[in-house]
Design a protein around this ligand. Structure first.
Ligand SMILES: *Cc1c(COP(=O)(O)O)cnc(C)c1O
Length: 408
């Protein structure tokens, strides 16, 4: 859909005869749409497809959170516009939660903002920080939603390579200057936890380059083997240079509710709330009340959710090992990151698994060019389905190693 004019500038996008703005053409292509379409066709043809290509939680929102929404939905004060910066009770609750969970003391008024989920906050932050033509560094491989806001802001995306030899941590000494950096630990897609020098390196990098650091802590509650979760804001100096974003989507299975938090630099929080004022008027108050119920959950709630994912991880990694595919167990998050067997091409391999085994995996290059050669398998399926997926993969792996192709 990208039209190129003679001077090489992308023109406005054309949909039918209607002309859309150039920024529509600048938005990154949705890499996984081809795979999604193939998967849907296969399901429609009656195949029993196991979809490990996406990370959509399968477990229910804990009932005490749903009950809070129910009891608050009828309140007049929430049916009206709530304060544009959100409920102060939720901010206060978030400050208590940060202190208890990460030992980080935050001023709830100045240093915490309420978001309508992390996805939109990521776009808002790029719009707030980047001038057209300015550069942003994104963890590569990494979550593709960082790319969209950079494109909407007219910024330039650069890779911050996360290499296996470095435990999927950035090499800060080699990082070029930029205005904005997107980091994420526990990391989607590799499952790596932050290394001991990763956050201190980020703060030092920000001080010498003037960059804003954004740390995506979507999986702070999904950590395995008793390892502690780490907050970027616990790093000395972090608060002066960045923001940390958290989400209710994975910790509490609230992906459909659209609620999240941003915390850190008071200046950045003020900027974020200003742009939010212009774009929307805060989330439904009853949902924010449900967010308070979530943050005040007994610790067994998130611990139980992490354990559920850990059991699924163990089922999948062990099943794949028996199938003859050694995959390193992730330290956190909801994905396994696996090198393509026999060093093959990941897109070809994903097509092969779909057509031969009815198993969907996501080719790693969809998360950036440093993801090439890997596939991502999601833990958002019951353990028995993950074991079944591993069995099916084991049945077809010999054919792949013999040079199988999706058409052969
Ligand atoms: C799932 C996920 C999120 C969650 O985003 P929401 O918009 O809050 O649902 C954010 N970052 C990463 C890396 C994720 O995988």
């Amino acid at each position: 859909m990208r039209n190129v004019e003679p001077d090489g500038e992308p023109s406005s996008s054309l949909i039918g005869g209607l002309r859309l703005a150039r920024r529509m053409g600048a938005l990154p292509e949705q890499f996984f749409s081809t795979l999604v379409a193939k998967t849907e066709a296969r399901v429609a043809a009656g195949h029993d497809v196991i979809n490990l290509g996406q990370g959509n939680p399968i477990d229910e929102t804990p009932p005490h959170i749903v009950d809070r929404l129910r009891s608050m939905a009828g309140e007049l004060r929430y049916q009206r516009y709530v304060p544009f910066s959100g409920l102060s009770e939720l901010k206060a609750s978030a400050a208590r939660w940060y202190a208890a969970r990460y030992g980080v003391q935050l001023d709830p008024v100045r240093e915490i903002a309420i978001t309508m989920g992390m996805k939109v906050a990521l776009q808002e932050i790029s719009l707030m920080v980047l001038n057209p033509g300015e550069e942003a560094l994104v963890a590569d491989p990494g979550y593709p939603d960082y790319w969209s806001g950079i494109a909407l802001a007219g910024g330039i995306r650069r890779s911050l390579p996360l290499l296996p030899a470095n435990g999927f941590q950035p090499a800060w000494d080699a990082a070029p200057a930029s205005r904005l950096v997107f980091l994420n630990y526990p990391h989607n897609p590799t499952g790596a936890l932050a290394g001991p020098d990763t956050f201190s390196g980020a703060v030092a990098y920000a001080r010498r380059s003037g960059a804003v650091i954004v740390h995506d802590l979507a999986y702070g509650d999904i950590v395995f083997d008793g390892r502690p979760a780490t907050s970027f804001l616990a790093e000395p100096g972090a608060r002066a240079v960045g923001l940390e974003l958290t989400s209710f989507s994975k910790s509490y299975n609230m992906a459909g509710w659209r609620l999240g938090l941003a915390a850190g630099s008071g200046e950045l929080i003020a900027g974020l709330e200003t742009i939010q004022d212009h774009l929307h008027c805060s989330q439904f108050g009853a949902i924010q009340q449900a967010g308070i119920a979530a943050l005040e959950s007994p610790s067994a709630v998130v611990a139980g959710q992490a354990l559920r994912y850990q059991r699924r991880r163990d089922a999948l990694v062990e099943g794949l090992r028996q199938a003859g595919w050694e995959v390193a167990p992730p330290g956190g998050g909801i994905f396994c990151w696996a090198p393509v067997p026999a060093g093959g091409d990941a897109v070809t391999f994903a097509n092969f698994l779909l057509e031969r085994a009815d198993v969907v995996v996501a080719p790693g290059v969809g998360f950036g060019r440093f993801g090439a050669g890997y596939v991502r398998l999601s833990l958002t399926a019951p353990a028995a389905r993950l074991e079944e997926a591993a069995r099916r993969i084991g049945d077809v792996l010999p054919a792949w190693r013999d040079g199988g192709s999706p058409d052969g």
